[in-house]
Design a protein around this ligand. Structure first.
Ligand SMILES: [Fe+2]
Ligand SMILES: [Fe+2]
Length: 285
């Protein structure tokens, strides 16, 4: 076990099928790759915080992946930590319960090659929910247990954009206070790599001795403005050696959707409010 496919920002829905074809391409490519596992880095849904049906649909979609799947939630699955980008979709117990029912867990530990991957629920940081402290204690234990293994932390949101000490609360990244606590924990444990999604843009940069790898989205291009390069795609990462090998997963035909165009250039604020346009799931049986 060392080769992991990373998918992020799928934004699937049985009501809005804009991005289903991109997911189907990635699913099929992952299934014929020699990947040992697939990590899904959040935003599986469009309206996950308020829709049982949508969460169930995303879980069913991931069942189509043949390697073992490790899924983490994003803001479009369980809501944002406050203040968030939409005050109506802030993370709470009911939203966590909806995720748990579909995916059982919102965190994972996975040894791949010489590395230990630790996946956490990014939306808990700064949420004030009991699970935030519980997750932090679990993370501290997993980091200690990793011993000499290099550790990669995996989560939906990047810790920051350009600098570790950014002091503005923004829905683009973790908030300043929980970020500082997390970074202190990561530093003590010698964590070397952080892998995140959410911005729909790729970047691979070492800052303060930690490599921060931003994953492309599967669904649509980021608008830019947060750094990195807006991108659709998926990555295949080989953790066999201390120096990870990163390559794009070949996805010919992937559509580089633009969100503004889909939302009619200002006609709709949120995808979830748009008229239904269900996905074409495949040829009839
Ligand atoms: Fe997203
Ligand atoms: Fe997100």
């Amino acid at each position: 076990m060392s080769r992991i496919v990373f998918l992020s920002d799928l934004h699937l829905s049985p009501k809005h099928g804009f991005f289903w074809k991109n997911f189907a391409l990635a699913r099929d490519a992952a299934n014929v790759s020699d990947a040992d596992a697939v990590v899904v880095c959040g935003d599986l849904c469009i309206d996950g915080p308020d829709s049982d049906t949508e969460m169930g649909f995303a879980a069913l979609a991931l069942d189509g992946l043949e390697p073992p799947v490790f899924a983490l939630p994003g803001n479009h699955d369980v809501g944002d930590e406050p203040p968030g980008q939409d005050a109506r979709q802030i993370i709470d117990e009911d939203r966590l319960a909806r995720w748990d029912q579909a995916f059982e867990t919102d965190r994972f530990m996975l040894d791949a090659g010489v590395w230990r991957l630790i996946g956490v629920n990014a939306q808990l940081f700064g949420s004030g929910l009991p699970r935030e402290d519980e997750q932090e204690a679990w993370l501290a234990r997993e980091l200690t247990d990793a011993g000499d293994r290099p550790v990669a932390l995996v989560l939906h949101k990047p810790l920051f954009l350009e600098r570790e000490d950014e002091d503005e609360a923004t829905a683009a990244t973790l908030n300043p206070a929980p970020r500082a606590r997390l970074l202190a924990l990561l530093r003590r444990a010698g964590v070397r790599l952080v892998i995140s999604g959410h911005l729909h843009a790729t970047r691979d940069r070492e800052i303060g001795g930690i490599r921060h790898l931003w994953l492309p989205a599967l669904a649509f291009l980021g608008k830019g403005g947060h750094g990195g390069v807006p991108a659709v795609g998926a990555l295949l990462v080989d953790f066999a050696e201390a120096e990870v090998r990163i390559e794009p997963l070949a996805l010919p035909g992937l559509e580089p959707h633009e969100l503004d165009a889909i939302k009619g250039h200002g006609l709709w604020r949120f995808l979830r409010e748009m008229p239904a346009c269900p996905p074409v799931l495949g040829p009839p049986a």
